[in-house]
Design a binder for this molecule. Structure first.
Ligand code: SF4
Length: 237
């Protein structure tokens, strides 16, 4: 007996035409059934909550961040509230993440927002990236979720999926500086912000649950029949 995810994957693999359109549609449909749509930072769309999630999720797991996220926002609901806090106070809350420097970094982020933007979240990729602890991925996520400007979200995991499906060779440069990868990622991103959001989180969840770094679960993948990497590995399955 197939699960809802299994049935969907069988259905999605039966009819592909243009690869980018097929990739988008299948990942979004898979996400609606199999993705983690209810994660608290995906439900909330206020800038501060999205920014904090992006910083907390760096080099940590979803499970770890779930332990502290809501409590953190309850205690520090705005940049000004966090800007006034002491490092020890913040660290006490963030202990389950095990990264003491993250407490310091978050306070610096809050202070920079208060001093430079009066406590508001700027809608500019460059200004967001200039904030302490905010990298290209988090800046793009805020642009997409808060400013409603579709942007690709590239991290190690989402890049792995795109490289494998479209057969792009790994490069040494940062994903946001790799012109081939960035060009394709932009082409893949729908113009509608809600669709772009579903696709971005779909690729992210697909990377985490199916297209794992080691031993990807290709037979359970909704895009296996358009995946270049899978087509070269078929004999092993
Ligand atoms: S078919 Fe395999 S390698 Fe290709 S995207 Fe799916 S899980 Fe990843």
């Amino acid at each position: 007996m197939l699960s809802a995810c299994g049935e969907l994957v069988l259905f999605l693999n039966c009819c592909g035409r243009d690869v980018i359109g097929v990739f988008r549609r299948r990942v979004v449909e898979w996400f609606r059934v199999c993705g983690d749509r209810e994660l608290p930072w995906r439900v909330r769309s206020d800038g501060w909550a999205v920014l904090i999630a992006g910083v907390l999720l760096k080099r940590t797991t979803v499970k770890q961040v779930l332990k502290v996220y809501e409590e953190f926002l309850k205690r520090f609901p705005t940049p000004s509230a966090l800007a006034r806090a002491s490092e020890d106070e913040v660290w006490l809350l963030l202990k389950p993440l095990g990264l003491r420097h993250r407490a310091r970094q978050l306070i610096e982020l809050a202070r920079a927002l208060v001093e430079r933007f009066g406590g508001a979240i700027p809608c500019s990729f460059e200004e967001l990236k200039s904030l302490p602890g905010v990298g290209s991925y988090t800046a793009s996520e805020v642009m997409l979720r808060v400013c409603r400007e579709p942007a690709p979200l590239l991290d190690t995991n989402t890049v792995r999926v795109v490289r494998r499906v479209f057969g792009i060779e790994p490069s040494r440069s940062n994903s946001y500086e790799d012109s081939t990868l960035l060009g394709l990622a932009k082409e893949l991103t729908p113009k509608d912000p809600s669709e772009a959001e579903e696709l971005a989180y779909g690729v992210m969840d697909l990377a985490r649950k199916v297209c794992k770094a080691r031993s990807p679960l290709c037979l359970e993948c909704p895009v296996k029949d358009i995946c270049k990497w899978f087509s070269t590995q078929k004999a092993q399955y």
